[in-house]
Design a protein around this ligand. Structure first.
Ligand code: PLP
Length: 451
């Protein structure tokens, strides 16, 4: 039985929801203060990839906090940050060799956007002040991140305050393909929209194009056609536009490669990462840039006009070092790749439910999309809050899932996402399958009434 509290003074997000209070965690499980155990099938939220309860990470944090807890980034460097930058540059593709740290994914997106802009300013092209991005995407909660983000629902209350120069295009979405006439070979059509947006804005006005290689929480593991990013890379090169990929969710092995963009054989100019880099043990995120981007600053001896107080924090960096040590030692990327097919198989029984429209997976990342009608793919009315309904049923069945909405047409469409820890085993997958079937059975009577 889930017990939950509405805590006084803590400004929790939803004033109407009673939040289970988490007390502790170990391995792939979390416990609330009432003693209920949950299988954490979202790894925090694609964060605790190495699992909970890793003593060596806690020790590394304590040691660094005692030795040097802080160093301000515009006066000092520090050893953990220097070491971590080297490791990140080793595991990122190509010549993404220069790494700047911050404390969260939204900050990292802001840094990427500012870096792209300043790169062009320093190269003598100050007219480049547009960032092209995609609908059905998420790039963080700051006003900059929301501006390039493509969730109608998350943007709508802030719309008047968002940055104007951010034209959005449609991205690949196999289940609801925007280009049915060319489907399933719609890579060229999807990439052509990027080119059209660049040309419309003015080719000398666009600083960058930003995209998630695999769309995470607002889409539910939506994957591009195999040739999409290759085409986008070519278009960006043709117009001198930087390619930014947001790997905040997909980075550090989630999809079975170090970074998801590796599936598509291109190297972005800027790669944004967060979450799994510190496994949730400390706030940490980063931006890696290619040699040619860094060279514009280095060769002209101009500083990047930016600082966050906690960027490159030694304690967070020490956490990152300890986490990535485990991540490499235990070959967790390989585990995600190896377990991917078994993960997909564990979700197969869910297809028997008439409200399941699509199940998409890549590595240990999944989206399950709900529909009122499987034949027409008609979504449920948003007021039914189907994703949240399934999340609550999951909690009652001892499993944590993550709802998302709006992918069908901006305001309609429901999914739950799954991001199990990369330490998952077959036994965990079996348990996950049983608990999800239990949760889906719970909501089935309510959803039988369709739209
Ligand atoms: N980018 C993507 C793809 C994300 O999914 C998120 C958060 O979920 C962010 C950026 C923002 O990261 P944060 O919540 O750490 O600020």
């Amino acid at each position: 039985m889930v017990t939950a509290a509405r805590p006084a003074h803590l400004f929790a997000l939803d004033p109407d929801r009673a939040y289970p209070v988490l007390a502790r965690a170990d391995g792939v499980h979390v416990w609330d203060t009432a003693g209920n155990r949950y299988l954490d099938a979202i790894a925090g939220i694609a964060v605790t990839n190495i699992g909970y309860g890793r003593r060596e990470v806690a020790d590394a944090i304590a040691e660094q906090a005692a030795k040097l807890p802080f160093a301000v980034g515009n006066i000092f460097a520090n050893e953990p940050a220097i070491r971590l930058a080297r490791i990140v540059s080793e595991i990122t593709p190509g010549d993404l060799d220069w790494v700047h740290f911050c404390t969260g994914g939204s900050e990292a997106v802001e840094i990427a956007l500012k870096l792209a802009r300043q790169y062009h300013v320093e190269r003598g092209e100050p007219g480049r002040d547009h960032i092209v991005s995609r609908w059905i995407s998420y790039h963080g909660a700051t006003l900059g991140g929301l501006s390039v983000g493509g969730s109608v629902l998350r943007r709508r209350k802030y719309e008047p305050m968002l940055v104007a120069n951010t034209p959005h295009v449609r991205g690949p979405y196999e289940y609801r393909c925007p280009w049915p006439e060319t489907h399933p070979d719609c890579g060229p059509a999807a990439a052509a929209e990027v080119e059209e947006a660049i040309v419309r804005a003015g080719p000398d006005r666009v600083a960058a194009f930003i995209a998630e290689p695999v769309v995470a929480s607002v889409g539910g593991a939506i994957q591009p056609q195999p040739d999409y990013f290759e085409r986008v890379r070519e278009i960006c090169d043709r117009y001198g536009v930087l390619l930014i990929v947001d790997e905040v969710v997909t980075g550090f092995g989630r999809t079975g490669t170090n970074f998801a963009i590796e599936h598509y054989g291109v190297v972005p100019d800027i790669l944004v990462m967060g979450k799994g880099i510190s496994g949730g043990y400390a706030p940490l995120a980063a931006v890696a840039v290619r040699d040619h981007v860094h060279a514009v600053f280095a060769d002209q001896h101009v500083p990047f006009e930016h600082i966050f107080t906690f960027g490159g924090n030694p304690v967070s960096s020490a956490a990152g070092l300890a986490v990535l040590d485990i991540w490499r030692r235990e070959r967790l990327v390989e585990n995600a790749a190896r377990l991917g097919p078994a993960f997909a198989a564990a979700l197969e029984p869910l297809r028997e439910f008439p409200f399941v429209g699509d199940i998409r997976t890549i590595g240990l990342m999944a989206g399950i999309e709900f529909v009122a009608d499987q034949a027409t793919k008609e979504p449920f009315p948003p007021a039914r809050r189907v994703g949240a309904m399934v999340r609550e049923a999951g909690l009652r069945n001892g499993v944590v899932t993550y709802p998302g909405s709006g992918m069908a047409d901006g305001t309609r469409g429901d999914i739950i996402s799954l991001y199990p820890p990369l330490t998952f085993t077959q036994e965990h997958l079996d348990d996950l399958s049983t608990r999800l079937v239990g949760a889906f059975r719970d909501v089935a009577p309510q959803l039988r009434s369709g739209a």
